[in-house]
Design a protein around this ligand. Structure first.
Ligand SMILES: [Zn+2]
Ligand SMILES: [Zn+2]
Length: 247
C-alpha cells in the first residue's frame, strides 16, 4: 500500500467519524457510505409496482393474479413510448421523497433516487440501454420559481452512472401549462398539445425520457409523441413514482 492511499484511508475514516453517513430520508446513521445511500428501513418501504400491470404504461390493475395486459388507454391510444420503468408505487415514503425533492429544495435526494432508478433500468427485462437521456423540460417561468428542474437533476445523475449524454435543451417546453392536478385525462392532454418541441431532429436514437411522477401519463405521452415525430427510435420512460390509477 502506498503512503498516499494509506493517508487517504485514514482521512476517509476520520471524515466518517466527524460526519457519519446518514440516510437522506430518515437521518438514521448508515453502516457504510453506500452509493445507494438509503437505509434498509427506507428501502423496504418503497413498494415496487405490483403485477398484473400494463406492459406499456406500467399501470397496475386492481385485480390480483393474472398476466400483464394492455390497459384501456393504451389500447385506444397506443403511446409513442414502448415502456415505463418506475422506482415504485407513488405512495407512502416514495411520494413523500418526491415532494421533498421537488418542492422542498431537498436536491441531495437526486443521487440516491437516480441510483435506484439506474438499478431498476439495468434489471428491467430487457435492460434499458439508451443512446441519450432527456429530462421532461420545465417552462422557463416555472424554472425561475422553483430554481431547478428535478427531472434534469435525476438525468444528470444517470449520466454520471452510465456516461450516456443528457441533452437538456433538445426537448423544449414552448409554453407554460396550468397545474394539471385534478383534471381529467382528456383535459390534461388538450392542455399539453403543442407545449413541447424538438430543437433538432433525431436519427433513430433510443431515448430515455425522465420525469419525476407519472399519474395519467399525459405529459410523457405528449413528449414521446414529439420525440417520435422528430425521428427518435425507441422511447423508454423512467419515473420515480407511478400512480396507481389513471385519474
Ligand atoms: Zn432511512
Ligand atoms: Zn397502459
Amino acid at each position: 500500500m502506498s503512503l498516499l492511499s494509506a493517508i487517504q484511508i485514514e482521512l476517509t475514516g476520520l471524515f466518517d467519524l466527524l460526519f457519519p453517513p446518514v440516510c437522506p430520508l430518515c437521518r438514521q446513521e448508515l453502516a457504510e457510505r453506500s452509493p445507494r445511500a438509503l437505509c434498509p428501513t427506507c428501502l423496504g418501504q418503497l413498494h415496487p409496482l405490483p403485477s398484473p400491470r400494463c406492459p406499456r404504461c406500467a399501470l397496475p390493475f386492481a385485480t390480483e393474479g393474472g398476466v400483464d395486459h394492455l390497459c384501456e388507454t393504451c389500447l385506444r391510444q397506443p403511446p409513442a413510448f414502448t415502456r415505463v420503468v418506475a422506482l415504485g408505487v407513488y405512495e407512502g415514503l416514495l411520494r413523500e421523497s418526491v415532494h421533498r425533492f421537488k418542492f422542498q429544495n431537498r436536491i441531495n435526494l437526486d443521487r440516491p433516487l437516480a441510483r435506484l432508478l439506474a438499478e431498476n433500468l439495468e434489471q428491467a427485462n430487457p435492460p434499458c440501454r439508451p443512446d441519450l437521456i432527456l429530462p421532461v423540460p420545465l417552462h422557463s417561468q416555472r424554472l425561475r420559481q422553483r430554481g431547478y428542474n428535478q427531472s434534469l437533476l435525476l438525468a444528470e445523475q444517470l449520466e454520471k452512472c452510465w456516461r450516456i449524454p443528457v441533452l437538456p435543451r433538445l426537448l423544449v417546453r414552448t409554453r407554460p401549462t396550468p397545474p394539471q392536478q385534478g383534471l381529467s385525462v382528456a383535459v390534461r392532454q388538450q392542455n399539453l398539445r403543442g407545449a413541447f418541441t424538438l430543437a433538432t431532429p433525431l436519427q433513430g436514437e433510443t431515448v430515455l425520457l425522465i420525469d419525476d411522477v407519472m399519474t395519467t401519463g399525459a405529459t410523457v405521452r405528449e413528449c414521446a409523441q414529439v420525440l417520435q415525430s422528430g425521428g427518435a427510435g425507441e422511447v423508454v420512460v423512467a419515473v420515480i413514482g407511478r400512480a396507481l390509477r389513471h385519474r
